[in-house]
Design a protein around this ligand. Structure first.
Ligand code: PMV
Length: 318
């Protein structure tokens, strides 16, 4: 009745922004991501431990997040399940645009599945994680992962395993505070108000096909170009929503500039930015030291996290 799972966040190189079905939390666009390694969320689920569900996040009771967690437990273990005690622990800032909900819900479904003895397969668990947090579906898989928005349900495919392409991701933290607009709310606002939203949807398949080919050919330059373009398009949709959704700060821009200069200087590196002000610099191993040094020296960067490509969510011994 108890199990512990670990999952890593993932960073999209072709982004998910927009929902086709809000009630079922189905994405309006397909996406492509890289699963990280060093950052992780560890989640323990213990069924039958009390009268009602309880959630602790990094050692503190977290009642605000309990509803979402309870609904996810219902979806995995059934509505007739016993109450659960859920303990979550992450080794990086949560709710700050570092995809902590992806690692959290990916670990949650794996732990809840084992603790309840349901034995869903990986794709079924990915779909259940995705219903709680769209990007969490991708963290069930390691390496480079494509999420196909599909017709009825999402589909997932691993394009390259963790060891197949040894990319590095240097995360420049510019502000550890919780983001001002939750991504789910932001997506709904963008769909209803941004004049660019429909072209964002229309162009996504082209970006995906370019990125997919680049991964297949291990063509970093091609991947870098389409990843930056896709990221800037997503942020253009955010900026042109009403009221605007601006996650960047001046350090975010300074980091983007630092990455551009590195690339102009011959380094294999590109930036991507999610629903927060942190900049993720994706690079080949030969450039990781230069990238880390340049970002560490960029004004406004408060911390750097360096990761490689990680595995999918899995059970761990406690
Ligand atoms: O999974 P959510 O609902 O937190 O949405 C994540 C959206 C982005 O991180 C901005 C983009 C992405 O594809 O991960």
């Amino acid at each position: 009745m108890q199990a512990t799972a670990e999952a890593h966040p993932n960073i999209a190189l072709v982004k998910y922004w927009g929902k086709r079905d809000v009630a079922r939390n189905l994405p309006a666009v397909s996406s492509l991501s890289v699963t990280l390694d060093t950052l992780r969320t560890r989640m323990t689920v213990e069924f039958g431990s009390g009268e009602r569900d309880a959630l602790s996040v990094n050692g503190q009771a977290a009642p605000a997040m309990l509803g979402r967690v309870s609904r996810c437990l219902d979806s995995v273990a059934g509505n007739d399940r016993p109450a659960a005690r859920v303990t979550s622990d992450s080794n990086f800032p949560i709710g700050a645009g570092l995809a902590s909900s992806a690692s959290a819900f990916a670990a949650l479904v794996v732990a809840a599945d084992a603790a309840s003895g349901k034995a869903h397969d990986r794709l079924a668990l990915a779909r259940l994680a995705g219903a709680a947090s769209g990007s969490a579906a991708r963290s069930l898989y390691g390496g480079l992962v494509e999420l196909d928005a599909g017709a009825e349900q999402i589909e997932l495919v691993q394009l390259a395993a963790a060891d197949d392409w040894p990319l590095r991701v240097v995360v420049a933290i510019t502000d550890e505070r919780t983001k001002p607009v939750a991504s789910g709310d932001g997506m709904i606002r963008s769909a209803g108000t941004s004049p660019f939203y429909s072209s964002w949807l229309a162009q996504q398949e082209d970006d995906l096909s370019t990125a997919r080919d680049a991964v297949r050919d291990r063509d970093f330059e091609r991947l870098a170009e389409v990843a930056e373009h896709n990221c800037l398009k997503m942020h253009s949709v955010m900026w042109t929503s009403r009221p605007p959704i601006v996650y960047w700060n001046s350090a975010t821009l300074a980091c983007m500039e630092a990455v551009r200069e590195l690339r102009a200087g011959g380094h294999a590196v590109c930036f991507t930015i999610d629903a927060g002000p942190q900049v993720k610099a994706v690079c080949l191993p030969a450039s990781v030291e230069a990238v880390s040094a340049a970002l560490a020296a960029t004004p406004g960067v408060v911390d750097l996290l360096t990761t490689g490509v990680g595995r999918g969510a899995r059970l761990v011994d406690q």
